[in-house]
Write a protein that binds this ligand. Structure first.
Ligand code: MG
Length: 385
């Protein structure tokens, strides 16, 4: 069959969960790997470099692993965060950004600036740097596509539709481990309970963010930047089975959903091939015998969701503050310094103290981020005392 050859992939955060699954998908669909990047000179990265003998290997912080990688891979290994940004700007490629944290923003901007397709799994790029991302997209003529299952679902529901016909986007949320609990009951939940996610196995920060619904707040902000809809037209519904990955409602009352087994490799594959599809082996999906349930989020018990809407509506650097303050608060919670219910308190205080601007540079985003961290640490200090 005459399928167009796939563009070479650049996999940032190659040793993480998104990165490993991307390499898996690439092998299945025969996508060439141009470069892989990771933060550290780990054993896993070494193995990946061996499996992909033609790929450029970038390491942000190699430490004492530098010589070992130089000996093993010679000129195809590059060191320093700036090399990751440089490789992301290689024209004619698809960049999958699975970097964790704010280090991902510069690489995202470089990918879009070079006119590449950016398959985005790095939340901070849009949550912290949304306005900068839109500028880079407009200037570079690149393509910004989602990897997250919810946004991938919306992208697929929107395919072939006119945006003027869309009434609202409805993101589904599993509800996390504390779904159904009251505000009072949440006062005594433990770290171990917060880290037990019912559906997805992820890192401690994002798992805690799923428990507070902050992760869904971030996804609402991402949906705003990805698809260009107002916050009033983006809703959230709790759906514990995580079978429907999201919905789009149209002006004629028709509602489209995208559903299937929760498996990140599907949205990853679509981020590479979409809007075309490539046939791959997959487990059959049976609807018979399934019960799907939906409920309103409890906004009083989980105030992080509305904090996300609030920051999103303020816009500019407010969402960078939301992200940075949340990261500090989650860290304090996971250290046992503050309670689970204190997380939204910390974020709300930091947000209240910040005067948002529309950032014109990464440095301005970083300033807002640093300011938010200072505020958040102060609040954590008072709460923990
Ligand atoms: Mg998600």
């Amino acid at each position: 069959m005459g399928r167009r050859p796939l563009k070479p992939l650049i996999v940032l955060g190659a040793t993480g969960s998104i990165g490993r699954q991307t390499l898996d998908v690439a092998e299945r669909i025969g996508a060439p790997i141009y470069a892989v990047a990771a933060n550290r000179a780990s054993r896993d990265l070494h193995d990946i470099a061996l499996e992909h003998p033609d790929a450029i290997v970038c390491i942000a912080n190699p430490g004492d692993g530098r010589a070992r990688f130089e000996d093993a891979f010679g000129a195809r290994v590059r060191f320093g965060p700036e090399e990751i940004v440089a490789v992301a700007g290689t024209r004619g490629s698809i960049v999958v950004n699975g970097i964790v944290g704010s280090a991902g923003l510069r690489a995202s901007l470089a990918a879009l600036g070079a006119g590449n397709r950016l398959a985005l799994a790095n939340k901070e790029s849009l949550v912290a740097g949304g306005p900068l991302m839109l500028d880079a997209l407009a200037e570079g003529g690149g393509e910004l596509v989602p990897v997250d299952s919810e946004h991938s679902a919306i992208w697929q529901c929107l395919a072939g539709e006119s945006r003027g016909d869309v009434k609202r986007l409805i993101l589904t949320a599993s509800g996390g481990p504390f779904r159904g609990m009251t505000k009072e009951a949440l006062e005594s939940v433990t770290i171990a309970e917060a880290l037990h996610h019912p559906t997805w196995s992820m890192g401690p920060r994002i798992t805690t963010d799923s428990a507070t619904l902050m992760n869904k707040a971030f996804e609402v902000i991402e949906a705003h930047y990805l698809f260009g809809f107002d916050y009033d037209d983006i809703d959230v519904v709790i759906h514990p089975e995580s079978v429907v990955h999201s919905f789009v409602e149209f002006s004629d009352g028709v509602v489209k959903a995208e559903m299937g087994h929760p498996d990140m490799r599907k949205p990853l594959q679509y981020a590479i091939t979409g809007p075309s599809r490539i046939s791959t082996a997959h487990a059959p999906f049976d609807l018979a015998g399934r019960t799907l349930t939906f409920e309103e989020p409890d906004r009083a018990a989980f105030p992080c969701l509305d904090l996300g809407y609030e920051a999103g509506r303020i816009g500019g650097t407010a969402t960078a503050v939301l992200n940075a303050a949340d990261e500090v608060a989650v860290e304090a919670f996971l250290d046992g310094r503050i309670r689970f219910v204190d997380i939204p308190e910390v974020v709300a205080t930091a947000l209240g103290r910040h005067t948002a601007i529309r950032p014109g540079s990464v440095e301005e985003v970083e300033e807002a981020d640093a300011e938010a961290r200072t505020y958040a640490r102060e609040v954590c200090g008072t709460l923990g005392a």
